[in-house]
Design a protein around this ligand. Structure first.
Ligand SMILES: *[C@@H]1O[C@H](CO)[C@@H](O)[C@H](O)[C@H]1NC(C)=O
Ligand SMILES: *[C@@H]1O[C@H](CO)[C@@H](O)[C@H](O)[C@H]1NC(C)=O
Ligand SMILES: *[C@@H]1O[C@H](CO)[C@@H](O)[C@H](O)[C@H]1NC(C)=O
Length: 421
C-alpha cells in the first residue's frame, strides 16, 4: 500500500498541475513523517505545493515546494507535558477536552503567526486543493478563505464525529474509539457501554463545544465572511487515514475514505559508521529502547526510570537507549545512550533482538516492517490499544509503566528476545 494512494491519484505524467496547499499543524515528528512523503511526492509530480508544517523537509532539490515553518509550536510541547494531557489513568472525557484546548492554543499561535497571516492575506494566492491535518476543526476555515475543496489527512484514524461527517458507519461495539484503549475482539459488556457513552459524548462535544469554539477562533483570523465552520467541515471531500489493517479492526468505509498504510516506512539505509560497528560487534544481541518523540525517555518518573535502569543492567545484551539528554545518572555499562537514533535502520540490523517501545503507531509499524518483536510500555493516546494489539498478534508483550517491577520488565525483555516464536 506504500505510496499507492498517491500513485493512484496522480498519474505519472502530470497533465494538469495543481496549486496545492497543505496545513499539517501538529508539532510531533511521529505525525509529520506520515505526511512528509505526501507533500514531497506531490511536488515531484510537478504540482506547486505550499506546506505549513513544524517539520519542513528543507530539501533544496524540491523546486516546486514552498515550506512555511511553524517550528515554534514545538515550544508548546516543551511547556506542557503531553503525557499528562492524555495519560490513560485520567478519565477520557476530561482528557479529550484538555487535549483539544491544547490544540486550540497551537492552532491559534499558528494562525496568528506572521507567516500564516501573510499566506491567508495574500489576495493573489489561489489553491485548487487544500490538504489539512484534520485533528482540529479550525483549519477547515481555509476552505472558506480559498474556496477550494479540502482533503482531511490523519496520521491515525478519526473520532466518531469525523466518520459521521463523511457519512461513514460507526458502531461503538465494533469500532471503539482509539482513545478508549479497548481492543475490539474482547469488548466486555461494560466496555461496550463505555464505548457507546463515549461515542455519544464525543459527538456532543464536537458539535456543541469544540466546533463553536473553533468557529469563534476562525472568525478572528479569517473574518466574518466565511461560512459556519461546522458547514465547512461537513463539506470535506475526502479523508486520507493512516490506518494499517494489521493494527485496526477492518471496517467498512465509504469511497471518500482512503486508507494509507505505512507511508513513513523507508527502504533500509546504511547506518552511521560508529553505530554500525557497535551493532555488528554486539554478537550477544541488542535491545533497542525508545519511548518515541512525544513521551520521551527523559520525561518518565524517577521511580520507573530506576526500575528500567536496574532491569536493563541485568540483561545479557547490549542496550541502545534513545535517551534525550547528555547524561543518564547511574547508566549501566551495557547501555549506550544517544539523543537520537535512525530508528528504522537500527531496527533493520540483524543483531537487534527486541524493541522496548511506548507503543506508538509509527514505531509499531516500523518494528513490524523490520521483523523485530516488541515489549510495549504504553503511556497515552492510542498506545494502550496498540500494545494490546501487539500482544494479541503474538509479536510482543506489554507491561504497565505504572506498576511494572524490575523483574517483570527484565523477564519480559528476555522472553521476547529469546522466544523463537
Ligand atoms: C516541477 O514541476 C514541473 C512541472 O510543473 C516539473 O516538470 C518538474 O519536474 C518539477 N520539478 C521537481 C524538482 O519536482
Ligand atoms: C497575536 O500576535 C500579536 C503580535 O504578533 C500579539 O500581540 C497578540 O497577543 C497575539 N495574539 C494571540 C491571541 O496570540
Ligand atoms: C461546499 O462545497 C461546494 C462545492 O465545492 C461549494 O459550492 C459550497 O459553497 C461549499 N459549501 C460551503 C458551506 O462552503
Amino acid at each position: 500500500m506504500y505510496f499507492s494512494v498517491i500513485k493512484l491519484l496522480l498519474l505519472t505524467s502530470c497533465a494538469r498541475c495543481a496549486n496545492i496547499l497543505g496545513v499539517f499543524m501538529f508539532p510531533s515528528i511521529s505525525h509529520q513523517i506520515v505526511y512528509q512523503p505526501i507533500w514531497r511526492e506531490l511536488s515531484l509530480r510537478g504540482h506547486q505545493v505550499t506546506v505549513v508544517t513544524p517539520d519542513p523537509l528543507n530539501d533544496p532539490s524540491l523546486t516546486n515546494l514552498t515550506e512555511i515553518s511553524v517550528r515554534f509550536t514545538y515550544d508548546f510541547l516543551k511547556q506542557t507535558k503531553i503525557q499528562e494531557l492524555m495519560s490513560k489513568d485520567v478519565n477520557v472525557f476530561y482528557n479529550l477536552d484538555k487535549l483539544f484546548r491544547f490544540m486550540d492554543a497551537i492552532a491559534e499561535a499558528e494562525l496568528n503567526s506572521t507567516q500564516f497571516q501573510e499566506l491567508i492575506n495574500d489576495q493573489t494566492k489561489h489553491f485548487d486543493l487544500i490538504l489539512i491535518e484534520c485533528f482540529h476543526p479550525v483549519m477547515y476555515a481555509l476552505a472558506g478563505r480559498f474556496q477550494a475543496p479540502i482533503i482531511g489527512v490523519s496520521s491515525l484514524g478519526l473520532l466518531a464525529s469525523g466518520y459521521d461527517i463523511i457519512g461513514n458507519p460507526t458502531h461503538p461495539a465494533l469500532y471503539p474509539d482509539v482513545i478508549l484503549s479497548f481492543h475490539s475482539k474482547k469488548l466486555s459488556l461494560w466496555q461496550k457501554l463505555q464505548s457507546l457513552l463515549f461515542n455519544l459524548w464525543s459527538r456532543y462535544y464536537h458539535h456543541n463545544i469544540l466546533v463553536p469554539r473553533a468557529d469563534q477562533m476562525a472568525r478572528r483570523y479569517f473574518g466574518e465572511d466565511i461560512a459556519y465552520l461546522g458547514d465547512l467541515e461537513r463539506n470535506v471531500s475526502m479523508y486520507f487515514l493512516n490506518v494499517n489493517p494489521l493494527m485496526y479492526p477492518p471496517r467498512p468505509n465509504v469511497p471518500a475514505i482512503v486508507e494509507m498504510g505505512q507511508m513513513h516506512i523507508k527502504p533500509v539505509k546504511a547506518l552511521p559508521k560508529d553505530l554500525q560497528k557497535i551493532l555488528d560487534e554486539a554478537a550477544q544481541g541488542v535491545v533497542y529502547f525508545s519511548l518515541g518523540s512525544n513521551v520521551k525517555s527523559v520525561n518518565i518518573p524517577e521511580g520507573l526510570r530506576n526500575n528500567v535502569i536496574a532491569a536493563l543492567s541485568e540483561l545479557p545484551y547490549l542496550v541502545l537507549w534513545k535517551w534525550e539528554s547528555d547524561h543518564l545518572p547511574g547508566k549501566p555499562d551495557n547501555v549506550i545512550i544517544r539523543k537520537w537514533l535512525p530508528q528504522q535502520d537500527v531496527l533493520a540490523h540483524p543483531n537487534i533482538k527486541a524493541f522496548v517501545t511506548q507503543g506508538g503507531l509509527q514505531s509499531t509499524e516500523e518494528a513490524i516492517s523490520r521483523g523485530v518483536p516488541l515489549v510495549g510500555m504504553p503511556f497515552m493516546g492510542d498506545q494502550p490499544m496498540n500494545v494490546q494489539k501487539i500482544v494479541d498478534l503474538g509479536i510482543g508483550l506489554g507491561v504497565d509503566p505504572v506498576t511494572v517491577t524490575k523483574n517483570e520488565l527484565k523477564s519480559s525483555i528476555i522472553e521476547v528476545a529469546e522466544n523463537n516464536k
